[in-house]
Ligand binder design. Sequence first.
Ligand code: ADP
Ligand code: MG
Length: 631
Amino acid sequence: MPKINVLSKNVAELIAAGEVVERPASVVKELVENSIDAGACSITVEIKGGGILFLRITDNGCGIEREDVPTAFLRHATSKIKNEIDLNAIGTLGFRGEALCAVAGVSRVEMLTCTENSISGTRYVIEGGEQLAFEDAGCPKGTTIIVRDIFYNVPARMKFLKKDVTEGNAVAAIMERIALSHPEISFRFIRDSKSVFVTKGDGNLKNAVYSVLGREFASNLIEVNGETDGIKVKGLVSKPINCRTSRSGQFFFLNSRFVKSGTVTAALEQAYKNTIMVGKFPCAVLNVSVPFGSVDVNVHPAKTEVRFSDERAVFNAVYYSVKNAITFSDTRPEATFKSSAVNPFARMTAQEYKQTANVGANTKPRSFEYVPPTKKEETSFTLSDVIKAQQQTVKIEMPEIRVEGQAEAAPEPPIVLEKAEVQNTAVNKAEAPETKIAEETKSQKEVRYIGEALKTYIIAECENEVYLIDKHAAHERINYERLKSTEEIAVQALLTPVAVTLPSDDYILITENGDKISEAGFEIEDFGNNSVLVTAIPQMLTGLDVQTLVFDLAESLSETKTAVLPAQERIFHTVACKAAIKAGYNTSAYELERLASRVINDDSIMYCPHGRPVAIRLTKNEIEKQFGRIQ
Ligand code: ADP
Ligand code: MG
């Protein structure tokens, strides 16, 4: 064993510095946090060459007294805590007294600082831990720190730095988080002489989001402001329709400090369940405030993952705050017309009109497209996409049973529409009502049924708005809500039990999930030899082919792509879908009218269980605009 040496102070400090300073982004984080702790309301960060060559942080905070400047660069020098009692009530971001020492140890640092009451400021230069200048300087109140050539004296560390662009991006990410967590401070971020963003610093989170993440991100957010058990949850979340294909739009803060937390992520996403498509993620800028002391604040400054002493309480606070916000402020997507250079609806000259008239049937008016208000590519879909999606649904559905002698109307299971309040009382199995229609109450908005388009979309009118409702999606969602909320699902006993033989994998799935399947209203017994005996099915599926239903259940249980959902949900989805009226098939006007009224009057019927919108709105205003009646 080689001899044990005590490391020289210099080497030991370099090792310690490496823990605080990993890359330019961590330097920026530490220094900006110092500025925030110094009470600054305006902070400018400028970087060049990814921050490796040059970075400058200027603040208008309290500054440092002349005699304290060299001390601030010593290890464990801090003005923020004096003793261990203070440790328990930490209100500042930094408190370890390591940052300045570490940064100065591995780069060339120049500081200009001036406090309010001092006549002149101080200039201090320190390179590789060695003091080079300590003198008077004229400068405004506040502190400016310039850091050049990070790791110039530690080649081993220098090697680990990535390309300038990558390091610069990491700084940008840190700046975004900090600016979003402090809307009350005005941040200016300049990268390679170009201004990246400037926040107002007026305390309005929406304005900060607008400056940092852009107009599109900011224009479709819902405010969240909730509190449960002393845990406050405040911020902004996206409307379900504007979700992204990744979690890149999620920013969480704990007491205004950027954190990552599996619990908060899960609670957020859970709150959107059944309102967004599988594989889409909500955007959020959320600050969770917990009383000081209930989190381990002594987490390493470079680590962002936090643990709460009561994870469940945090989950609930986030979940309910977000869920409430979505429920109360989400509105149905509104259809607008894409403005294009050629607008066939624009007013024409007489000459143009004649020309168009001559072409006759060849000129087709442009079809209207649904454009979500964000106009974001990832969230926009056209009406034809909706139809396509609908057709796909139709494809996987079981063949329709035709009742002989019924020439026209395709037989459909009866539409069972119930009000949410009614759902809570369990439907007695013996009762098994045939058709239940939503009870009309005084508060119901009057809905005028106009007709059905493409055998799929109900057209209805209500309070100066025209609705297009996807009949299958709407009915599917209503069924799904019923399945989820009734304690006992209405079941239909079969006159003759049906034996179904399955492939062995499916047989195992069905028998293993027996309880869950019976929750949905099936009565299925294990018949042995890869067979099951079905004695009852959910009442809403009356008339459908039993064997096909069992196959569908097995399929939904084996689907790997939707495996994110628990088996029970998948069974409910399947039943809700099978029981729903289908696109492309005939449905009576009476039923469609009832469906429209239910959907328009119940804001919880906004998305189908797969997250597709149930209805889109066309406002009178938008229609009039298109016809040139108004500007
Ligand atoms: P910590 O932030 O953990 O206290 P630092 O090494 O980051 O340790 O800073 C040391 C001290 O220097 C701080 O406690 C503070 O008193 C002072 N300081 C650092 N940056 C600034 C600044 N921008 N404005 C005013 N004081 C500062
Ligand atoms: Mg600090």
